[in-house]
Design a protein around this ligand. Structure first.
Ligand code: UDP
Length: 238
């Protein structure tokens, strides 16, 4: 018998780069499909799922402005990149029979629904996966902050931050084999030690609303579902 999941409603945050596979840029459809299957397996447990996907595999505002673009324009381009990623994930999930809605913080009615909080909540209640696109809709923010904002608005019980490693370490575990993983760490320790879990404004927003952040490996097959069933290794921030 599958154990009852510890969470009823969660938000999964993944970076855009998680969708590019071994390529240096853009979207790798088999990788998108693999992540979609992970989401499907959690959806089958009856967990209500929100998603926020970054855009860094396509465009980052800071990189554009460093090369002479106007910052806000570059940030809007970054937000548009997240919409492409959201559509790719929608397509992969619906290919698996999981109903979804892409909900955009910037109006583009032909492509995605506008963000209306009560409507999004209703979708979740009807077990549709809500993919929140275009970040917060504002320049100078990141999709980590968008994830924290939407998780609060949707009353999610936790943010699941999928990364390349299975939690938060005291130093980069790829570079240092003696790096130590935390089972749990406070928001303030993450901020003070400048641990690159999420950007500082996202961590602060989670802290001020007591929203736990579960950092886990998206490369571990079945990892997302395992954690919801109380298994696997991860770090709980908060
Ligand atoms: N962005 C923004 N406001 C937001 C969210 C994102 O301006 O609320 C822009 C910003 O330029 C950012 C880009 O979109 O660099 C892509 O998002 P992010 O860097 O968070 O993607 P990730 O690193 O998660 O792939």
């Amino acid at each position: 018998k599958t154990p009852k999941p510890a969470f009823r409603r969660v938000l999964l945050k993944i970076s855009g780069e998680a969708l590019m596979g071994d390529q240096g840029f853009g979207l790798h459809p088999p990788t998108v499909q693999r992540i979609a299957r992970e989401v499907q397996s959690v959806h089958e447990l009856g967990v209500e799922i929100c998603m926020v996907i970054g855009g860094g595999n396509i465009f980052r505002g800071l990189a554009g402005s460093a090369q002479g673009m106007e910052r806000t324009t570059a940030d809007y381009m970054g937000m548009l990149a997240t919409v492409m990623n959201a559509l790719a994930m929608q397509s992969a999930l619906e290919g698996l029979g999981v109903y979804t809605r892409v909900i955009s913080a910037i109006r583009m009615d032909e492509v995605a629904e506008p963000y209306i909080r009560r409507r999004a909540v209703r979708h979740l209640e009807k077990k549709r996966v809500c993919i929140f696109a275009a970040g917060t809709g504002n320049p100078y923010f990141t999709t980590d902050t968008a994830a924290t904002l939407r998780a609060n608005e949707m009353a999610c019980e936790a943010i699941f931050k999928g990364t390349k490693v299975d939690g938060v370490y005291d130093k980069d575990p790829v570079k240092y084999p003696d790096a130590k993983r935390y089972d749990q760490i406070s928001y303030d320790d993450v901020l003070q030690q400048h641990l690159g879990v999420m950007d500082a404004s996202a961590i602060a927003l989670a802290r001020d609303n007591n929203l736990p952040i579960i950092v886990f490996s998206l490369d571990e097959p079945g990892g997302f579902k395992g954690i919801l069933a109380g298994e696997g290794t991860y770090t709980r921030v908060g």
